[in-house]
Design a protein around this ligand. Structure first.
Ligand SMILES: Cc1cc2nc3c(=O)[nH]c(=O)nc-3n(C[C@H](O)[C@H](O)[C@H](O)COP(=O)(O)O)c2cc1C
Length: 446
C-alpha cells in the first residue's frame, strides 16, 4: 500500500503542480477510497479542488484518485473513516450541526421505482420537530424538507437521495458563556478531547438536530418496507421518570393512543401521570428519562446476516447510536437473565403452512435472523443532560472549577421526541437487511 500511496502522491503532485503535504494527501486519499456517499465524495472533490486550484488540472487529479481507490476496500484506511454513515445496502449518511446553516442526509442504495412523496417524509419530520408542547424544547423549527436529488415525479430513481432541512430558529447566545465549560452529561467534553476544536453552539453535531437526517431517511426506509412486506413500525413511550404504562398494551391501543398525547404513551392514565412527572422535574430545574418501545410488524423470516451483522446486533448499534440512549433490549431482554429455559423458550406450532411461535420472548429474532414474529425492542433513555439546576463543571481554558446553570431551550424529557427517531433507525436496519437478504439463496423459492 505504501508503494501505491507514493505513486498516487507523485501523480497528484505532478497533476496539480501543487505541493501537497503527505498528511493532507493521506487524508484525502482515505476519503476518496472509502466514501460511499456522494456527499463525502463531494467533500473530497472540494478538498482536492482547493489544493489543485492553481494548476487547472483537476480532471487529471480525479482520474488519479479514481485509480487509487481500486483495491483499497477493507483496508486499514477504511477503518479510519469517521462514523457518519450507517448500513451496507441501504446506506445513510447524515450531516450538519445544530446551529449551522442546515442539516440533512444522503440515502444511497434505495431501489428505483419506490413511490414516495414529499409529504411522506414531511409527516415523519413533523412528528420529530421541537416546539410542539411544554414537554419538549421551545425551539420553533418548521423543519420543511427539500429533496435535492434521487426522487423524480414521486418515485425513487435508484440514485442517491439527498435531503436538506434549513436551521431557521437559531439562538446561539446562551452557548457563548459556556464555550469552554462542558455541560455535565453532554458530549461537549468528549468532542473537545477528541477533536480539540468543536462547534459549541447548540451541541453541534451531538445535538438532537442531527436526528432530522435519520428521520428523513427512515421515512424512505418505512416506505420501502411497506412496499416489500407491508411492514408497519410503531413506537411508544412505556416509562417516564419511574411512571410505567400498563403491561400488555395491544397493538390496537398503541396505534390508536400513542400519537394522541404529548408524551406518546398509549396508556392514557399513565400518560397524564408522566406529564405531571415531567412538569415537576422541569419546575425544579431538572429533567427525567424513561423507556421507549419500538415494534416492527410484518417482518418476514430470514432477515439478518450472521455472524457479525446479526439483525439484533445491527438493531442494537442503530438504536444505541441515538443520543441519550443508554441501553437496548430485544424481546425479554434483561429479564431473560432471571428466567428458566422453559420460561424463556418460545414454543412452536403449525399455522396453515407456517411455523409460528406461541409467545415472542425472543423479540422476533433467533440466531441473528428474523423469525417472522414481531420485532420488539426497548431503549433506556437518560434524563436530558442540559438542566438549569446548578452543577459543578470546569472552565477548560482557565483550568478552574466553576458552577454551571444551563440556559437555552431544552427538552425536559427526551422520550417523546426520540420515538420517531427510534422508529426511523429500526426501519433503516430492516430496509438494509431486506436488500441484503436477496443474495442469501441461489433459488429464493427453495
Ligand atoms: C430527540 C433528542 C432530543 C434531545 N434533546 C436534548 C436537549 O434538549 N438537551 C440536551 O442537553 N440533550 C438533548 N439530547 C441528548 C443529547 O443529544 C445527548 O445526551 C448528547 O449528545 C450526549 O450523548 P449521550 O447521551 O448518548 O452520551 C437529545 C437527544 C435526542 C435523541
Amino acid at each position: 500500500m505504501k508503494a501505491r500511496l507514493k505513486s498516487v502522491r507523485e501523480a497528484l503532485e505532478e497533476a496539480s503542480n501543487t505541493l501537497i503535504s503527505r498528511k493532507r494527501m493521506l487524508f484525502s486519499t482515505s476519503f476518496a477510497t472509502t466514501a460511499s456517499s456522494p456527499l463525502l465524495a463531494t467533500t473530497e472533490t472540494l478538498t482536492l479542488l482547493k489544493y489543485s486550484k492553481r494548476s487547472r488540472t483537476f480532471p487529471a487529479v480525479t482520474a488519479v484518485m479514481a485509480d487509487c481507490t481500486k483495491g483499497f476496500k477493507g483496508s486499514r484506511l477504511k477503518k479510519k473513516m469517521p462514523g457518519n454513515s450507517f448500513g451496507e445496502a441501504f446506506r445513510v449518511t447524515t450531516w450538519g450541526e445544530s446551529h449551522g446553516r442546515a442539516v440533512g442526509v444522503v440515502v444511497d442504495g434505495c431501489p428505483a421505482g419506490l413511490e414516495i412523496t414529499k409529504e411522506d417524509i414531511q409527516s415523519e419530520l413533523d412528528r420529530r420537530k421541537p416546539g410542539k408542547s411544554e414537554f419538549v424544547s421551545a425551539r420553533k423549527e418548521g423543519d420543511e424538507v427539500e429533496i435535492l436529488s434521487g426522487i423524480f415525479q414521486g418515485r425513487t430513481l435508484g440514485t442517491p437521495i439527498s435531503m436538506l432541512v434549513w436551521n431557521r430558529d437559531v439562538d446561539s447566545k446562551p452557548y457563548e458563556p459556556m464555550k469552554s465549560i462542558p455541560r455535565p452529561g453532554h458530549a461537549d467534553i468528549t468532542y473537545t478531547l477528541k477533536y480539540g476544536f468543536r462547534d459549541y453552539r447548540g451541541g453541534g453535531r451531538a445535538s438532537a438536530r442531527e436526528t432530522v437526517g435519520r428521520v428523513a431517511a427512515g421515512a424512505i426506509a418505512k416506505r420501502l418496507l411497506a412496499a416489500l412486506y407491508n411492514t408497519e413500525i410503531l413506537g411508544h413511550v412505556v416509562e417516564i421518570g419511574g411512571v410505567r404504562a400498563r403491561e400488555g398494551l395491544s397493538v390496537e391501543e398503541i396505534r390508536r393512543n400513542a400519537e394522541r398525547n404529548a408524551v406518546r404513551c398509549a396508556d392514557l392514565n399513565a400518560a397524564r401521570k408522566m406529564e405531571e412527572r415531567i412538569r415537576e422535574a422541569k419546575a425544579s430545574g431538572d429533567s427525567v428519562g424513561g423507556i421507549v418501545e419500538v415494534i416492527a410488524l410484518n417482518v418476514p423470516a430470514g432477515l439478518g446476516e450472521p455472524v457479525f451483522d446479526k439483525l439484533d446486533a445491527d438493531i442494537a448499534k442503530a438504536l444505541m447510536s441515538i443520543g441519550a440512549v443508554k441501553g437496548v433490549e430485544i424481546g425479554a431482554g434483561f429479564q431473560s437473565a432471571r428466567m428458566l429455559g422453559s420460561e424463556m423458550n418460545d414454543e412452536f406450532f403449525i399455522n396453515g403452512k407456517k411455523v409460528r411461535m406461541k409467545t415472542n420472548r425472543a423479540g422476533g429474532i433467533l440466531g441473528g435472523i428474523s423469525t417472522g414474529e414481531p420485532i420488539v425492542c426497548r431503549i433506556a433513555v437518560k434524563p436530558t443532560p442540559s438542566i438549569s439546576k446548578k452543577q459543578q463543571s470546569v472552565d477548560i481554558e482557565r483550568m478552574e472549577e466553576v458552577e454551571l446553570s444551563i440556559k437555552g431551550r431544552h427538552d425536559p424529557c427526551i422520550c417523546p421526541r426520540i420515538v420517531p427517531v427510534a422508529e426511523a433507525m429500526l426501519a433503516i436496519v430492516l430496509a438494509d437487511h431486506a436488500l441484503r437478504a436477496r443474495n442469501a439463496r441461489l433459488n429464493a423459492k427453495e
